[in-house]
Ligand binder design. Structure first.
Ligand code: ADP
Ligand code: MG
Length: 304
């Protein structure tokens, strides 16, 4: 087991940032730690990387205790903190050389991580001259220097443009083939793009822990349909496999089905049989999205 968290509670003064949480992460595995802002993600990551101590409970990384074996934990973990603090005046190589000297990492390994993270064309530049995507690569290269088994990445893709996002996602995915990656995000699409499993945290408590395969097997599907006239939701509820119907606006309805069959044709037949016209019809597999909204419903701070 690469990460083992047992009954961790963290208090900041009287505020409970983490409330008795437990989970495990295997190797190799990419686990997304998903939750709205303020949920406690960074706090958990700082505990796992020994930057702060838990108030109660126990956590182990690579079998080493974060409270009694900090040095071995630090050897086992590569950490990309939130906001990736970098010295903008330093050259990429200079920055990596300096950190390598702290960890006793040889120059062969520095060259390796530069290639691995695709930094070669930019390695001679000052960090301040790099795009946000390349700065994230520098942060990742730094986290990988001492070849740790476990990577802890706090919001590694926040603030990247769509191209940079694809590059960094691919990089993290390839790293995750050999290592344990525990990454936080407040964007659910990130989890679908990168992760094997998702742990959802809300207000310091774990509210879901599921593999993406399990989520796909839930086979939940949402169809949004707009008719040219009002329909009583009870009639739509009679369609096969319906879990729920919501009238979200004027004549627009959101129908949730639980089935792997594409239900749009049933909705089309329904309209035809009832002499309604369809003005729009969309379908999406919404397991993760609906789960996330359901579980973190009270918090309205999700941004994308
Ligand atoms: P997330 O990373 O999910 O956005 P954090 O772990 O940063 O959440 O924060 C969890 C909660 O703990 C928030 O309510 C935050 O304001 C609070 N918090 C975080 N760090 C501190 C601190 N050093 N002192 C006091 N409160 C803090
Ligand atoms: Mg955070």
């Amino acid at each position: 087991m690469s990460i083992e968290v047992k009954n961790i509670t963290k208090l900041y003064g009287s505020q409970k940032a983490l409330n008795n949480i437990s989970f495990k992460v295997n190797k190799p595995e990419i686990v997304g730690f998903l939750g709205p802002n303020g949920a406690g993600k960074s706090t958990m990551m700082k505990i796992l990387t020994t930057y702060i101590d838990a108030s109660e409970g126990e956590a182990k990384v690579n079998g080493f205790s974060v409270s009694t074996d900090k040095q071995n934990v630090q050897q086992s973990v590569g950490y990309l903190p939130e906001h990736n603090p970098l010295y903008l005046d330093q050259y990429v190589r200079e920055y990596l050389n300096f950190n390598a000297s702290i960890y006793n990492v040889d120059s062969k390994r520095i060259a390796e991580v530069i290639v691995l993270t695709g930094l070669a064309p930019e390695a001679h530049k000052k960090i301040g001259q790099l795009s946000k995507g390349y700065r994230q690569r520098v942060g990742l290269a730094n986290a990988l220097l001492h070849n740790p088994d476990v990577l802890i990445l706090d919001e590694p893709t926040t603030g990247l443009d769509p191209n940079q996002l694809v590059d960094i996602r691919n990089l993290i995915k390839s790293i995750g083939k050999e290592k344990t990656v525990f990454l936080s995000t407040h964007i659910m699409q990130e989890v679908e793009a990168m992760c094997d499993r998702v742990i959802i945290i809300n207000k310091g408590e774990i509210v879901a822990n599921k593999t993406l395969q399990e989520l796909r097997n839930d086979k939940e599907q949402v169809v949004i349909v707009e008719f040219d006239y009002r329909v009583e939701t009870v009639f739509l509820e009679k369609l096969p496999h319906v879990k729920g119907v919501k009238n979200i606006h004027d004549f627009i309805y959101e129908i949730t089905f639980v089935t792997s069959e594409d239900m749009r044709s049933h909705v089309f037949d329904f309209a035809h049989d009832n002499e309604l016209k369809i003005l729009q019809l969309n379908q999406k597999n919404a397991s993760l999205e609906s789960l996330f909204h359901e579980l973190t419903a009270e918090t309205k701070t999700i941004q994308e």
